[in-house]
Design a protein around this ligand. Structure first.
Ligand code: SF4
Ligand code: SF4
Length: 352
């Protein structure tokens, strides 16, 4: 007999910290995506426009869906001692293994267990971020947490350092209650965002967000936004770091999310720059960063160097050897070269 308690117990046994059930219906918040896209907030994320129709109703994703099992998995790990001197910042979620792969495997195992428990066939389709499902909407309705003003799902006990993933199923399961919004009058995330990307309560203009600029954007980072990227090499955690609901985060002991060897939240940008493309790829291999390109990473590195180590930037970047180094060809791409020129010009600007 398949009960909700049995599903949740099995999910916890597989490493999911939270599990809830949402109804597979056209939830009102699903219409917000279209409005958000129409405002131009998605920038170059064409895949969101292309998948908007599918995302508008979970039954476009799984036609027989009756319920959505949603999971939340804590990825916060104990931060290392802060490093002295300039460093480049990598978002926490990218420090461990590639969550797409790990969570998909765990969800497959969960579905297999549920099939065994249920004893009768049912349809199931898993989703982990890259699938065309509005996870945050279903997370809210599954009682995982509320969507905060920083647009992250926040669980009252565990905070917002959560991977969201789940399974749409053709089973009728009793749904959980949504979690009430606890943001109240707080605006810490909005006030702390260095780029003004949180343009209003619960409204993210992704084109201004450091995560979009350093991860999603394939082309040049607009010049006006480069200085505010600061030391962010890949992603940004600021609006979660400042959130009071993350004040005493529970660090996960799950080996999958522990920072891999050589991958820390704070890395030396000059050392990274001096690496060959092959060596630089070692930073992203096996992580959620693996889909980025070396030229995108070097583009970001040039910006970080220009922002944090202008003297070294001028010295490092002006050497004739690196653009022609066969082992670091990404440095010679027009995209990177243009950011290098910007970083070198930055180094000549007097700093306040
Ligand atoms: Fe702003 Fe960073 Fe949050 Fe993006 S991730 S909204 S840049 S604080
Ligand atoms: Fe909500 Fe404040 Fe957290 Fe922003 S920082 S998500 S407003 S509680």
């Amino acid at each position: 007999m398949l009960t909700v308690d049995a599903i949740k117990t099995q999910a916890r046994a597989l490493g999911f910290d939270l599990c809830g059930i949402a109804p597979a219906v056209a939830l009102p918040e699903l219409t917000h995506l279209r409005q958000w896209l129409d405002r131009g907030y998605a920038g170059d994320m064409v895949y969101l426009h292309k998948s908007a129709d599918t995302r508008a109703d979970i039954r476009n994703f799984l036609p027989t869906a009756r319920s959505v099992i949603v999971t939340g998995t804590v990825y916060y790990t104990e931060p290392p001692e802060p490093v002295d001197g300039p460093h480049a910042h990598i978002a926490r979620y990218a420090l461990g293994e590639d969550y797409h792969l790990v969570l998909a495997e765990r969800l497959e195992t969960l579905v297999a267990s549920l099939r065994e428990m249920h004893g009768q066939p049912f349809d199931a389709a898993i989703f982990v971020d890259k699938h065309h499902v509005q996870e945050r909407v279903f997370a809210k309705h599954a009682g995982i947490g509320w969507v905060g003003k920083n647009t992250c799902v926040i669980n009252p006990q565990l905070g917002s350092w959560l991977f969201l993933a789940g399974v749409a199923v053709s089973l009728d399961l009793p749904a959980d209650q949504p979690v009430a919004d606890h943001c109240g009058a707080c605006t810490l995330c909005i006030d702390s965002c260095p780029t003004g990307a949180l343009v209003d309560d619960y409204q993210l203009d992704a084109t201004k967000c450091i995560s979009y600029l350093t991860i999603e954007l394939d082309s040049a980072i607009p010049e006006a936004q480069r200085a505010s990227i600061g030391d962010h090499l890949y992603g940004c955690d600021i609006c979660q770091d400042v959130c009071p609901w993350n004040l005493t985060p529970l660090a996960t002991l799950d080996p999958a999310w522990q920072p891999r060897a050589g991958r820390r939240q704070q890395v030396d940008p000059a050392e990274l720059w001096s690496r060959s493309d092959f060596e630089l790829h070692g930073l992203v291999e096996g992580s959620a960063m693996v889909h980025t390109t070396m030229s995108r990473l070097r583009r970001n590195l040039a910006v970080v160097l220009g922002n944090t180590q202008p003297d070294i930037a001028a010295d490092l970047l002006s050497r004739d050897v690196w653009p022609t180094r066969r082992s670091a060809l990404s440095a010679a791409t027009p995209l990177v070269q243009e950011h290098v020129r910007w970083a070198m010009a930055e180094s000549r600007e007097p700093k306040a």
